[in-house]
Design a protein around this ligand. Structure first.
Ligand code: FPP
Ligand code: MG
Length: 340
C-alpha cells in the first residue's frame, strides 16, 4: 500500500462500502417485501438507508478472499455480523441515552426506548437467520459467542462508569469484548469460510483484535474531538455519561490536582455538563497529553494488526485489509488536527 495516497484509499474503501450496501440492500429489500410489521419495516429501512462504515462485513469477506476463497461464501455471515453490530448500537443508544446516530435521530429518539429494545431484538433475529445461511456450525458457534462477548463488554463498561477502579487494563478488556469481539468474529469467520488454514485463521483473528481495539480508542477520541456534522453523533457524550475512557483514565493519572478534580466533577455529573464543560475537559485532555497518548496507542495497534497479516500470501484482498487499517489512522489524525 506504500505510495497510495489517502484519497485513493478512500476511493477503494468507498467501492467496498458500495459493493456491500448493494448486496445488503437486496437482502433487506426482500425482507421488507415479506414484512407486514410497521416497526420492523422502519427498523430495516433505517439500517439500509442510514448506512455506517460497514467495516466489519468488509473485513469479513476480504478475509475470505485473502486466504484464497470467494467473497460470496462469506457474504451472508458478513451481513449477519453487520446486523449484530446494528442491533447492539440500537441497544447501546438506549443505555447511553444517545439521540443522534449517523446524522439521524437514533432508534430510541424515533420510536421510544421500549420499541427500540424490540427493534434491536428483531435485528438480532434477522442476523441469526443470515448466520445460519453460512451452513458451517463452527462459524455459527463462534459468531454467536461474539454476541455474548459484546454484551459482557457493554455490561463491564457500564459497571465501571464513574468508578476509580477503572484502569487501562480494564479499559482494554472492555474494548476487546465490546468492540473487538465482532471484528475478530468477522475476520475469523471470513478466513474459515474462505478455506484458510489454522495459522491464517489465527493471524486474521489477531488482525481483527488489534484493529477492533484501535477502532474503539479512535471512537473515544472522536467523541470529544469530532464534530456532529462529520461523525453524525453528539460531542462529549462519553463525558456526560461518566465513561472511563482511555483518555479519561490517562488524564486522571497525568494531570495536576485542580484539573483532575474538575474532570472528576464533570464526570460525576455534579451538574449536567454543558458545551463549555466539554470544551474545557477537551483542552485538559490535550494538555495532559492524553489525546496524543491514545492516538499513538491506536497507531501502534494498527501497526500490530498489519503485522498480523504480513505472512499471508500477497493478494489484492490482503492489500485492502492493510489499507482499511491504515486508513483508520489517517482519518482520525485528520479529525484531531482540526480539533486541537
Ligand atoms: C458502541 O460503543 C457499542 C458497542 C460496540 C456494543 C454495544 C453492546 C450492547 C448494547 C450489548 C449487546 C447487544 C447485542 C444486541 C449484541 P460506544 O458507545 O463506545 O460507541 P458509540 O459512540 O458509537 O455509541
Ligand atoms: Mg454509545
Amino acid at each position: 500500500m506504500d505510495g497510495i495516497g489517502t484519497e485513493m484509499k478512500e476511493l477503494l474503501f468507498q467501492e467496498e462500502v458500495q459493493y456491500f450496501n448493494r448486496k445488503f440492500s437486496e437482502v433487506i429489500e426482500q425482507k421488507l417485501q415479506e414484512c407486514h410489521n410497521e416497526v420492523l419495516y422502519s427498523a430495516l429501512s433505517y439500517i439500509k438507508d442510514t448506512g455506517g462504515k460497514r467495516l466489519r462485513p468488509i473485513i469479513c469477506y476480504l478475509s475470505a478472499e485473502a486466504v484464497g476463497g470467494s467473497r460470496e461464501k462469506a457474504l451472508s455471515t458478513a451481513m449477519a455480523i453487520e446486523l449484530i453490530h446494528n442491533a447492539s448500537l440500537v441497544h447501546d443508544d438506549i443505555i447511553d441515552e444517545n439521540y443522534i446516530r449517523r446524522k439521524n435521530p437514533s432508534n430510541p429518539a424515533m420510536y421510544g426506548e421500549k420499541t427500540a429494545v424490540i427493534i434491536g431484538d428483531l435485528l438480532l433475529g434477522l442476523s441469526c437467520e443470515m448466520l445460519a445461511r453460512c451452513g458451517v456450525p463452527e462459524v455459527v458457534g463462534m459468531v454467536s459467542n461474539a454476541i455474548s462477548d459484546t454484551a459482557m463488554g457493554e455490561y463491564l463498561e457500564f459497571k465501571l462508569r464513574n468508578l476509580e477502579e477503572a484502569t487501562e487494563q480494564s479499559y482494554m478488556e472492555v474494548a476487546e469484548l465490546k468492540t473487538a469481539a465482532t471484528f475478530m468474529a468477522s475476520t475469523e469467520a471470513g478466513a474459515m469460510l474462505g478455506g484458510g488454514n489454522e495459522v491464517e485463521i489465527e493471524n486474521l483473528r489477531n488482525y481483527g483484535r488489534s484493529l477492533g481495539i484501535a477502532y474503539q480508542i479512535q471512537d473515544d477520541i472522536l467523541d470529544i474531538c469530532g464534530e456532529t456534522a462529520k461523525t453524525g453523533k453528539p460531542v462529549g457524550l462519553d463525558i456526560k455519561n461518566g465513561e472511563r475512557t482511555l483518555l479519561v483514565i490517562h488524564a486522571l493519572n497525568h494531570s495536576e490536582r485542580p484539573e483532575k478534580e474538575y474532570i472528576k466533577a464533570v464526570l460525576l455529573r455534579d451538574r449536567e455538563p454543558g458545551s463549555f464543560d466539554i470544551d474545557r475537559v477537551r483542552r485538559m485532555l490535550v494538555k495532559s497529553g492524553s489525546i496524543d497518548y491514545a492516538l499513538r496507542l491506536s497507531e501502534e495497534l494498527v501497526r500490530t494488526a498489519i503485522n498480523c497479516i504480513a505472512e499471508l500470501d500477497d493478494s489484492e484482498a490482503k492489500q485492502k485489509l492493510q489499507f482499511v487499517a491504515d486508513f483508520s489512522v489517517e482519518r482520525i489524525n485528520d479529525y484531531v488536527s482540526n480539533a486541537v
